[in-house]
Ligand binder design. Structure first.
Ligand code: SF4
Length: 76
């Protein structure tokens, strides 16, 4: 399990640019033209990124297991 990677995506059509994810996980998200963008698409598991996905007000952030595609966050 320690080898598992996460794939992070942001749906820029849904993102309202609140910047909350940048505040929660500044290493992993950046605002580009008013929409969040992951700084890296494939990352080592990181609780701050999972938190950002949970807290995004419009659930624009999706984290999946890079290998299986299983949804890791948000948990709904
Ligand atoms: S928290 Fe959600 S809506 Fe806000 S900038 Fe990040 S992805 Fe966009």
């Amino acid at each position: 399990m320690s080898e598992q990677k996460w794939r992070v995506t942001v749906d820029r059509d849904i993102c309202i640019g609140s910047g909350m994810c940048v505040g929660t996980a500044s290493n992993h998200f950046t605002l580009v033209d008013g929409h969040s963008t992951p700084t890296s698409e494939v990352i080592a598991p990181d609780d701050t990124v999972a938190d950002a996905a949970e807290y995004c007000p419009v659930e624009a952030i999706l984290i999946r297991a890079a290998d299986s595609g299983e949804v890791i966050a948000p948990q709904g």
